[in-house]
Design a protein. Structure first.
Length: 198
């Protein structure tokens, strides 16, 4: 009993840690099931919704989770390293350390850590993982909300059937995808171009 409890707890903790780090908020199978269960929608329309709406909701969720992990990894390196560096440099300069080997080791460690911190900060600035994470999370949520409005026939889909509202929904999905692609290009373009435009 204790072993089984421990194993279940361990597995659940592992799942929670994985979900927390990657932060996937979309269940693709749930979305597909919701669309496939719409009784008045043509099979080819269901297929189109699954190949466009579900695909992009899941794709942007995956990109958001991946970039969130990269962003937090690099930011953690920068923050921990920035706090540790002054302590290491101060320790190497302390008059209590008389052993030159210890002093040299601390200096080399501080030098290496400063390189790692600088590289991590530079990579985050170059690849903009934080901006991409927030952009893709927002895009996934906006697209997902529109889909649930359609499934529930609320908002602009109110008083319509899924079959009649399909064309409005498909057009809205394509508009959201188009705007997101344009926004992504703006987020990822080099900062030098931004300065020239401004």
């Amino acid at each position: 009993m204790t072993s089984a409890f421990y194993n279940d707890t361990f597995v659940n903790a592992d799942i929670l840690i994985n979900l927390d780090i990657m932060a996937h908020l979309v269940n693709k199978h749930e979305l597909i099931k919701a669309i496939n269960n719409l009784p008045d929608l043509e099979p080819e329309h269901k297929e189109c919704i699954n190949s466009r709406w579900v695909h992009y909701v899941k794709r942007w969720d995956d990109r958001a989770a991946e970039n969130k992990w990269k962003y937090y990894t690099l930011r953690t390196i920068v923050v921990v390293g920035a706090v540790a560096l002054p302590a290491l440099i101060g320790s190497a300069a302390a008059p209590t350390i008389t052993n030159m080997n210890e002093k040299g080791t601390l200096q080399w460690f501080a030098f290496g850590l400063s390189l790692v911190v600088g590289i991590a900060a530079g990579l985050e600035e170059l690849f903009r993982f934080g901006e991409i994470w927030r952009d893709k999370r927002a895009a996934s949520e906006i697209l997902q909300c529109e889909g649930w409005r359609y499934v529930q026939l609320i908002g602009k889909y109110k008083d319509k059937t899924h079959k009649i509202a399909y064309y409005d929904f498909a057009a809205t999905v394509e508009n959201i995808i188009e705007h997101e692609i344009k926004d992504y290009i703006l987020v990822t373009r080099p900062k030098e171009e931004e300065k020239k435009d401004g």
